[in-house]
Design a protein around this ligand. Structure first.
Ligand code: SF4
Length: 56
């Protein structure tokens, strides 16, 4: 995949993700999936990028 791609619709600061743009705070994917690990999410911390993959 092209990690220089800046998807301007998906800002992201998680540079520990293998899909993070290598030169700016954007995701390099064309789309992502967002979900939650809570039954009744009430705060931003309750949501997750489910497209995240670790660098290692
Ligand atoms: S997949 Fe999710 S966590 Fe990874 S760079 Fe894209 S938006 Fe960020």
């Amino acid at each position: 995949m092209d990690k220089t791609n800046r998807n301007h619709s998906i800002q992201c600061t998680v540079d520990a993700c293998k899909y993070h743009c290598d030169n700016a705070d954007y995701c390099a994917l064309s789309q992502i999936r967002v979900g939650t690990h809570e039954k009744n999410p009430k705060e931003v911390q309750c949501t997750d990028c489910e497209s995240f993959e670790t660098l290692r």
